[in-house]
Design a protein around this ligand. Sequence first.
Ligand SMILES: Nc1ncnc2c1ncn2[C@@H]1O[C@H](COP(=O)(O)OP(=O)(O)OP(=O)(O)O)[C@@H](O)[C@H]1O
Length: 307
Amino acid sequence: MIKNSIILENVSKHYPSHKAVTDINFSVPEGCLMALVGHNGAGKTTLMKLILGLVQPTTGSLSILGHNPKDQASVTYRNAIGFLPENVSFDANMTGKELIAFYASLKGEIKSRSLELMDMVGLSAALNRRYKTYSKGMKQRLGLAQALLGKPRLLLLDEPTSGLDPAARQHFYDIIRDLRKDGVTILLCSHVLTELEAQTDAVTVMNSGRVVASGSLEDLRTQAGLPLSLRITVQEGMSEKIAQPLQNQNATITNMNGRYLEIECAPSSKMTMLRHLGELGSIVEDIELQNTSLDQLYAVFSDQRGQ
Ligand SMILES: Nc1ncnc2c1ncn2[C@@H]1O[C@H](COP(=O)(O)OP(=O)(O)OP(=O)(O)O)[C@@H](O)[C@H]1O
C-alpha cells in the first residue's frame, strides 16, 4: 500500500485580516517530489508553515510522516524533516564551518557528516569564510546543507534554486535525484516552472489560497483539456496533399509549408491520428509530439479560481 508522507484534509488557515489558505486537500506519497506552484501570495509558504507545525490550521487536519504537527507530545518526528526557507539567513560573522557545526549539534549530527554535506553542496573551499562574504548562491547552498542534516525523510524546499547559476541548479537537482533514490519525500515551491518539469512526479497549483489542480503532469494535461500539438515532416511538396485528410480527422492545421505541417487535435484522438498518419506510408517522414508544457498548464490553472 502507498504510504503518504503528507496528508492535508480540508485545511484552512484564516487570519483575522486575510484567508491565507482555504479548504486544502492533497497528499504526497513517500518518495515523491511534489512541486507547489502559484502566484505570489497564493498560500504556498503558509502551507509549508502548517506542515512544519509553525502555524496551526483554523480548520481541517494534517498528517505529516504519520503525525499531527499540532501534537506536542510527538515532536521527535520533526527531526526527520528538513526545511530550506525562501530567504535563508545565518549569523553574518560566523564561518560556514561554524554555522554548519552549530546546526549539526542541534540535530545531534556528527561533525564529519556536516563536512560531508558541505562538500556535497560544493562549499568545501569556503568552509573558513565568513557567511557575510558568501554570494547569494553560496548562502542558498549552505541553507541546503543545513536542511539535509540528520538524514531527513521529508524535505520542504521554498524556492531552493533562487540565486543559483545554471551549473549550480543542475548540481542541486543532481543532489535531489540522489535523495529521491533513497526514498526522501520532497515538497518544493518554485516559480521556475521550466526546470521543474523534468524533475517532478506531481504538481499542485494554488491560486488565491486554494488548490486549483493537483496530480501528475499527465493528469494535469488531461484536466486542462488543451489540444495536443503534432509537428509532421512530409516528403517535399506533400503537405497540401495530406492537409485535407487530416482535417477530415478533426485536426486543425496551425502552420504549414512544403515540408512541414503543424496540427492540433484532441488528446483523446491521439492514437487515431497517429494510426492515420501511419497509413500514409512513406509520405510521412517524421512525427514530433509536442506535450503541453508546465508553463502552459500553469497559465490555464492559475486563471481559475479555487474549487
Ligand atoms: N501572519 C499573517 N497574517 C495575515 N496575513 C498573512 C499572514 N501570513 C500570510 N498572510 C497572507 O496570506 C497570503 C498567502 O501568503 P503566503 O506567504 O503563504 O503566500 P506565497 O504563495 O508563499 O507567496 P510568495 O510566492 O510571495 O512567497 C498572503 O496574502 C499573505 O499576505
